[in-house]
Design a protein around this ligand. Structure first.
Ligand SMILES: Nc1ncnc2c1ncn2[C@@H]1O[C@H](COP(=O)(O)OP(=O)(O)OP(=O)(O)O)[C@@H](O)[C@H]1O
Ligand SMILES: [Mg+2]
Length: 270
C-alpha cells in the first residue's frame, strides 16, 4: 500500500457473528491508544453494534450515516464533520441506526449506486485520519457493495466454527466482482481467525486445513484471537478489551494482531 493517510479498510464477511464488529472496535482502539494513530470507525450495519460497543445508544444519535447517505441521495451538500463523534477512548465514530435497513431501497434506483457512500464521505479526505475502518453488515447488499467500492482494502475475520470453503468462496466472489466493476485497486489484507479455542483439536485442524487451502492466494494472520468472555463484557460496558482489561488474553491477542497488521501492511510509520 502506498498511501499513508486516510487508509480505508473494510472489515467484511457476509457471515454473521464472526467478529467483524469486535475486530473493528479493537483494531481502532489499539491503533489509537498504542500506536498514536487518528482513527475513524464507521458503522454501516443497521444493527448498530459498533455504535453500541463504542459507548453510544443509536436511538439518541441525530446525525448518523443513514442521514448522511440520504442527504447525498437527495443532492444536498453535507458537512461530514457534523456526523463525527469522539468516544471516551479517543476513537472517532460515525454511528448507524436501524433506519439504515431502508437505505437499500433508496440506493437501488440511483445511477452509479455503488458510489453513493464514496460521494457521501468525500469530505473525510480533508480531515487527515490515519485510518478509516468500516464495519459491515452480515449480508451482501448494495450497502456492502458501497463499502467495498469506498475502501482501499479489506480484512476478513473468520471464526473456525464457520469456516467452510463455500462461505469463503462467496466472499472471494464478491471481492472479485467489485474489483471488476467499481474498485479495481481493492486489496485483501488477509484473514484473521477469531473465537479460536486452541484446546479444541477440531479448531487446530481447521486452521491447518485453511492454511493449506486458502493460504496460497491470501494472507492468513499468524496471530489469532482466542475466545475470551471478557471481550463481550467489555463491549457491554461500551469499551474495548484493551482498556477494559489490558492483561486479559483478549487484549494480548489484539495487541499481537495489530503489530502483525502494521508490519505486513508497512503502515506502522514511525
Ligand atoms: N474472541 C472472542 N471471544 C469471545 N467473544 C467474542 C469474541 N469475538 C466476538 N465475540 C462475541 O461474539 C459475538 C459476535 O461478535 P461480533 O458482533 O463482533 O460479530 P459480527 O461479525 O460483527 O456479527 P454481525 O454479523 O451480527 O455483525 C459478540 O457478542 C461478541 O462479543
Ligand atoms: Mg457486527
Amino acid at each position: 500500500m502506498i498511501k499513508s493517510k486516510n487508509i480505508k479498510i473494510g472489515i467484511v464477511n457476509q457471515k454473521g457473528g464472526v467478529g467483524k464488529t469486535t475486530l473493528t472496535q479493537n483494531l481502532a482502539c489499539s491503533l489509537n491508544n498504542e500506536h498514536n494513530k487518528k482513527v475513524l470507525a464507521i458503522d454501516l450495519d443497521p444493527q448498530s453494534s459498533l455504535t453500541t460497543c463504542l459507548g453510544y445508544n443509536s436511538d439518541d444519535l441525530e446525525n448518523t450515516i443513514t442521514k448522511a447517505i440520504k442527504k447525498t441521495i437527495n443532492g444536498e451538500e453535507i458537512d461530514i464533520r457534523e456526523y463525527i463523534l469522539k468516544n471516551k477512548e479517543g476513537i472517532y465514530l460515525i454511528g448507524s441506526d436501524i433506519l439504515l435497513t431502508k437505505i437499500e431501497r433508496a440506493l437501488a434506483p440511483e445511477t452509479m449506486r455503488e458510489f453513493v457512500l464514496k460521494r457521501t464521505l468525500k469530505g473525510l479526505e480533508a480531515l487527515n485520519f490515519d485510518f478509516i475502518l468500516v464495519d459491515s453488515p452480515p449480508f451482501l447488499s448494495l450497502i456492502s457493495d458501497n463499502i467495498l467500492t469506498f475502501v482501499d482494502s479489506v480484512l476478513i475475520p473468520i471464526s473456525p466454527e464457520f469456516l467452510s470453503y463455500k462461505a469463503f468462496s462467496i466472499i472471494a466472489g464478491s471481492l472479485k466482482e467489485i474489483k471488476d466493476k467499481t474498485n479495481p485497486d481493492l486489496e485483501t489484507i488477509g484473514i484473521i481467525f477469531n473465537q479460536v479455542d486452541l484446546r479444541t483439536f477440531h479448531h487446530k485442524n481447521i486452521m491447518e486445513y485453511s492454511k493449506k487451502t486458502l493460504g496460497e492466494n491470501i494472507y492468513i494472520f499468524n496471530s489469532i484471537i482466542r475466545t475470551n468472555t471478557l471481550i463481550r463484557e467489555s463491549q457491554l460496558k461500551g469499551q474495548s478489551i484493551l482498556t477494559y482489561d489490558p492483561s486479559s488474553n483478549g487484549a494480548k491477542d489484539f495487541k499481537a494482531f495489530v503489530n502483525e497488521f502494521l508490519k505486513i501492511t508497512n503502515l506502522g510509520g514511525d
